[in-house]
Design a protein around this ligand. Sequence first.
Ligand code: HEM
Length: 339
Amino acid sequence: MRVAPKEIQTFRDDFTYSNSPQAIERFPFPFPTDEYRYSVNIEPHLPKGGEGSAYEKFLDIDEHYLSEMVERDLVLKAMPDRCLSMPHMDLACWDMIERCMVSLAEDYPDYFRLERNGDHWTWDNRLLNQKDSFVFGDSSSLPLPPLEYIGRQLQGDFAILDQRDGDLFMDAGIVTCPADWSIAFDQGMSFAEWHGPVPMAHQEGVFERALKYLTAIQVGKPVRRLNWTLTINARMDTSPETYHEWGCDRTTVTPENIAGKVYLRVELQVLDRMPRSNALMFSIRTYLMSLEDICTNPEWARRLHRVMKTLPEPLIEYKGLSRYHDMLVQHLSQFDRAN
Ligand code: HEM
């Protein structure tokens, strides 16, 4: 069963964010084996895991919807350049509006309704109590620029990639909960350029193979992959722009507080070809789960221990785990009899 959005919680200051037992059960645990290495881990974005699973719908709406919309508003008010779109991406933004509104209305008819009469559309978001009529393709008929308008109603970050010369360019995006990267810094970059800081993967040809795969994605055949890192406290906005607010949190981890303070941060990334513009929409849906909650599942706890114990040093450093990695492995060893 799908869990309805719950009351508003915080991802900053007092960190009231929590996961219900149902949210723990549906968490997209990212480790299929005991060792983690970078790979081209891409599969068709088809329903998997049954009713209520994070992979059931094209866009996953869960119990944190209202909280994430409040958090997005706080970030955008403080830093409007977390939402950027170059002028040639207008059509792609309208593609995104259509794709998201149509799929949300089909997948969650109790929450979202869409009426289309030619170019005259009415969108009813019952979760946010917001109803707007507009002319499709006419930005002046919306209360906000198209990307910000739809992005403020969706969980997760979005980048829209322009495809030209066999490459992808990050020419638009709304990014308020990134795992330490910045849309303002990356805008206009190519696939290899924005992946520049990632260790090991370039030498192993991972990005070359991934780019070939992505540029061949066809309309109506979305694909997905999982990515992960660790975050201290349930903080959604771990951006370089706000590093001064969260960077030092890593020094506050102790053996006593590690279970409640360290969160596994999983990104369910979906790539979908846009029909009018030929752009790729890249959604990054972030799930945060404390070690304490993860370890209520003995298989996850054991696997997490083995993954962390064998994680290559360059990944430990790149993901920002160096300061507390030993403590983490020590903590998790209690869940693994073969430690
Ligand atoms: C076109 C869509 C994609 C976008 C917009 C994107 C964007 C990014 C960004 C911004 C980063 C952070 C880089 C930094 O440190 O500044 C990143 C990391 C990474 N990306 Fe992508 N990416 C995309 C597709 C892929 C695909 C298909 C793969 C599959 C191989 C991939 C693999 C990775 C890996 C392995 C990392 C390092 C993550 C970590 O260890 O935490 N990306 N990506």
